[in-house]
Design a protein around this ligand. Sequence first.
Ligand SMILES: *Cc1c(COP(=O)(O)O)cnc(C)c1O
Length: 464
Amino acid sequence: MQYLSTRGGISPISFTQGVMMGLAEDGGLLLPRTIPRVGGETFASWHELSYTELAFEILSRFIDDIPASDLRDIINKSYASFNHQDVTPLIHQGGLHILELFHGPTLAFKDVALQFLGNLFEYLLQKSGEVLNIVGATSGDTGSAAIYGVRGKSRINIFILHPKGRVSPVQEKQMTTVLDDNVFNLAIEGSFDDGQAIVKKIFNDVEFKNRYRLGAINSINWARVLAQVVYYVHSCIHVSSHEKDSSVDFAIPTGNFGDIFAGYIAKKMLPPGTIRQLVLATNDNDILSRFVNSGDYSLGEVRATTSPSMDIQAASNFERYLYYLTDSDTAKTRDLMEQFSATGKIDLKSHLDQVKRDFAAAAVTEQEVFDTIRTFYTEHGYVLDPHTAVGVKAALQLRTAGVPMVCLATAHPAKFGEVVESATGQPMVFPEPLQGIGDKQSRCQTIAANVAEIQTFVANNSLT
Ligand SMILES: *Cc1c(COP(=O)(O)O)cnc(C)c1O
């Protein structure tokens, strides 16, 4: 399988080249040249497969430059760290199917992709003899999932910037209690936006980036999207063994458009009609739901909500969808993205019919999130985290009678204990990985929100 850029500016590359490249060198995002289709017979033959066997069937259709037995080993190692035998179990609750994606080491769905990406990096670096210094900024969830993805791995160091005192105490502890020598937590004296701007500047310094072999781990890496395709297919199989209807809807709490884009790929791969509808759910940061409902893609101010991992306006994976929406027109995709960065908006009303065939969408208010957590607990005894509640609310609004609805549960409620406790009125039961985390030894360096100082720190601590 060859990979191309959404902006058409690079010659085709292999999967492993794409993983190491991250962002395409022309500023676009990487996509496979074609999306492999899975016929009805093949799909039916997958029904008895375990999660990891299914992952191999799917991933091997997109990856042809890693030997099969090595790919199987990488997959098996990645999902052995999950504490549920189904990896991503489906819970049937309140007429919905809750897809629990939070059984990985940091209790958020990002583990599904980052455990895989960490093992993939380790494998590729081992083969090439190279090293990688990962630099990233986090507002909370991505940092810990990325750290757990690469902790203790040789040939990789990771530097994660978080805004000092502005991530939740649990999130801070999840990052800073990882004491492996290759992990560097930097608490910057500034905001998340400051951290992100600093990382961007560091990556734009191409000489520095190449000299210190910097790598990114954010959600634009194709390998992350690919790993997420698996649980959509896995749920289609498990819902259809639970219900007669073979068509399934999904509701996805959305921030950077990575998770729902994986659903879009799954929909294109599977026999037509297997996935019927993808419901895009946003919180108050509603640029994407406005886009689906009106064709207007325009930036607003970022607002802080109780689902912070979705407090995003410019969704980094949106460009991938734009490429398909324009019928793989790379020149048009590039123009539209340039227009967006110049003006903060794109008018896509002429594509609205297609958009509405691809997605349905709803924005969910903070009051609705709170009420949904409370009602779902009192009626069904099941505790939702605020991100999951955004998806559940949209699902209840947009579901169709007779079509099974799968709601992606993207974080364990204990990660957002305060809000959840006040909505349910019940004390939170902390799962094992979080018990006693407040008393564990931690390591973290406070540093000014200053590009030069952070570059110096990275330079002094990077692998060469
Ligand atoms: C990252 C995240 C999301 C949003 O996923 P995207 O791929 O960015 O759309 C939703 N919920 C949780 C808990 C997350 O960590």
